[in-house]
Ligand binder design. Structure first.
Ligand code: CO
Length: 134
């Protein structure tokens, strides 16, 4: 059911220095930061030959990554995103298997303008998983 690894997301305390690390030290193609006020984050995408890395900075009060950054002061892997062909079919299959879908349970439009869902890490081997309809 799951397809390509769309991205690995890393929450970072300082987006500018994280961008400099990936651009200047690791030599990657780093996008401009984009504020996503409806998600409480600023995102930067790093294009790699086979997948992407998403850098997440907290945006505004009550950002959904604020607690994560309190526990991980240096930053850390926040979630991984798998592509699926049919997000509603994928959701229903996971729910039937006992996985909890975060939020309302309905797909939202994610950072790429495509429908996404997040699944509870306790149901997926301690990993927050995002599904994106490819
Ligand atoms: Co993501």
């Amino acid at each position: 059911m799951i397809g390509r690894l769309n991205h690995v997301a890393i929450a970072v305390p300082d987006l500018a220095s994280a961008c400099a690390l990936y651009r200047d030290t690791l030599g990657a193609a780093v996008s401009e930061p984009v504020d996503q006020p409806e998600h409480g984050v600023t995102t930067v995408f790093i294009e790699l030959p086979n997948t992407k890395v998403e850098l997440l900075g907290a945006l505004g009060e009550g950002s959904p990554i604020a607690k994560f950054l309190e526990r991980n002061a240096d930053g850390g892997i926040h979630h991984i995103c798998y592509e699926v062909e049919d997000i509603l079919a994928a959701r229903d299959r996971l729910k039937a298997a006992g996985a909890r879908v975060l939020g309302t349970g309905e797909p939202r439009i994610g950072a790429h303008g495509k429908p996404v869902l997040f699944l509870h890490p306790k149901d997926l081997l301690g990993t927050l998983v995002e599904l994106e309809q490819a």
